[in-house]
Design a protein around this ligand. Structure first.
Ligand code: HEM
Length: 127
């Protein structure tokens, strides 16, 4: 059943599924393999899941559980392109619709799209 509210339990599932999809995709997986490794169960990935749960919990519910700088790591990885962001967003759109009602999924997607555009601006990526 599609979730009508965002909580840590459903975020935890959504985030893990998202990264399985990411790792099956050759456009986006190199960045994640370089930063966190290939084994989705390793310590670095476990930490990343928790960080991303906090991040989305904050963006979707306003709960102040994420206190880090989301943009910073994206300045330190291999060069990102417009198509990297496009593909990331496509996969994200797919996964949020797998777990949440269309209305909530759209809210997730809007947040991601806005941030994606900001990241691209800050990285000076032109479409
Ligand atoms: C071009 C597409 C993207 C790629 C390839 C990408 C890749 C990555 C990687 C590899 C990390 C882990 C870095 C590390 O721990 O060393 C990361 C962290 C993160 N990404 Fe992305 N990312 C992308 C787009 C986005 C977008 C659009 C958002 C926001 C909606 C986002 C939010 C985050 C957050 C919150 C973190 C954790 C930052 C922290 O350490 O607190 N990413 N990303």
């Amino acid at each position: 059943m599609l979730a009508e509210e965002v909580n840590r339990e459903n975020l935890s599932k959504m985030v893990r599924t998202f990264y399985q999809m990411i790792m099956d995709d050759k456009t986006v997986n190199p960045y994640f393999i370089m930063a966190l490794g290939k084994d989705l169960e390793n310590e670095a990935w476990q930490e990343h899941y928790k960080i991303l749960e906090d991040f989305w919990l904050m963006l979707m519910t306003g709960e102040k559980v994420y206190t880090r700088e989301a943009f910073t790591p994206h300045t330190e990885m291999a060069e990102l392109y417009a198509e990297t962001f496009e593909r990331w967003l496509e996969l994200f759109d797919e996964v949020v619709h797998m777990y949440y009602t269309p209305k909530l999924a759209q809210k997730f997607y809007k947040r991601a799209e806005v941030l994606s555009r900001k990241f691209m601006q800050w990285l000076e990526i032109t479409e």
